[in-house]
Design a protein around this ligand. Structure first.
Ligand SMILES: [Fe+2]
Ligand SMILES: [Fe+2]
Length: 325
């Protein structure tokens, strides 16, 4: 039996040839390429050209779970069947936060990665952290109830121009200031405590690279990608980037750089024992660790809004141009 899977790059729905799509009466074993040209994603309506081969076919860990992400019929798996943003353990964590930004606070609290790891389901993310998924679902439900009382902007429907302004003003500008402040602190701590705590020399080196790469990354976003997205939204015309490719190319590069930033943050967290000050830590040492923890938390929200909201919505803008070919 065929085992190929194809993923919707907009909403992460997976068409599994072994399962077919019972909701559309597509029987198992029908290959993705044999689906009619007018076939559209049953979750978000995206055209066939928005799909790409799903890499999870080669990852045994996902074999048991990815095919049921969007076919879950067990009512016990859905606690809050709201008009949109149903809270389900089989939903990708990035999608859960995209639908209700306040859920990020709960996931941060439990160390669940919802930005670069946003495609994992809540159940998978909890398993990875050794957490009880029911407990996290209850916390998320409480956050939803709280969120219903606040006027949180829904970035999944706001204009992309407003979302870009929000990202630049809320994350990029403060981050630049923080990077400049913390790099001096990291150098001071490494100089003063490096003999007793050689891991802090390594933290300083990682932070230096992290700062340089992130500053360049934000510059590329602000000077190339973001204006391109805003222009596509305003004119409805696809933009040509770099060597003549479409918007997916700079987005691929940004995604990769987000992963690298995430790895640097994870390495610093590991080296500092989850930002725990040692007994002989002075106030600068403690300030450095709390600053790193704060930068990590802000980066998760920042990267989440790009990876899981801005970029998929920008890729969606290419659809009319591609389908009209
Ligand atoms: Fe950014
Ligand atoms: Fe970015």
């Amino acid at each position: 039996m065929s085992k190929a899977k194809t993923i919707c790059t907009v909403c992460n729905y997976i068409y599994d040839e072994a399962m077919g799509e019972p909701r559309l009466e597509i029987s198992p074993a029908l290959k993705f390429e044999d689906l009619p040209d007018e076939w559209a994603c049953p979750e978000c309506g995206s055209a066939k050209d928005m799909f790409q081969p799903c890499s999870c076919v080669s990852l045994p860990i996902y074999e048991q779970t990815c095919v049921v992400h969007h076919h879950d019929t067990n009512p016990n798996n859905t606690l809050a069947a709201t008009a949109e943003g149903a809270l389900s353990k089989s939903a990708p964590v990035g999608q859960l936060v995209a639908q209700r930004p306040l859920r990020a606070c709960v996931l941060e609290q439990y160390g669940i990665d919802y930005c670069c790891g946003g495609k994992a389901t809540l159940e998978e993310a909890c398993q990875k952290k050794g957490l009880q998924v029911e407990e996290i679902l209850e916390k998320l439900l409480a956050a939803d109830r709280k969120g219903a009382q606040s006027a949180d902007t829904d970035w999944t429907t706001a204009s992309l121009k407003d979302l870009i302004d929000h990202i630049v003003n809320t994350y990029h500008q403060p981050l630049r200031q923080e990077l400049s402040r913390v790099v001096q602190l990291a150098e001071k701590v490494a100089r003063v405590h490096g003999d007793n705590h050689p891991e802090m020399v390594e933290v300083m080196n990682i932070f230096n690279r992290f700062k340089a790469q992130l500053e360049l990354h934000m510059q590329k976003e602000e000077m190339v990608l973001f204006p391109g997205i805003a222009s596509m939204e305003a004119t409805g015309t696809p933009q040509i980037f770099g060597c003549g490719g479409g918007i997916e190319h700079p987005i691929d590069v940004m995604n990769q750089e987000h992963d690298e930033a995430g790895e640097a943050l994870s390495a610093m967290r590991r080296l500092t024992n989850d930002y725990t000050p040692p007994d002989d830590a002075c106030s600068s040492f403690k300030l450095l660790l709390s600053s790193l923890a704060q930068i990590e938390s802000e980066m998760h929200q920042h990267v989440h809004k790009e990876n899981n909201i801005l970029f998929p919505r920008a890729l969606e803008l290419r659809k009319p141009a591609l389908t009209s070919r």
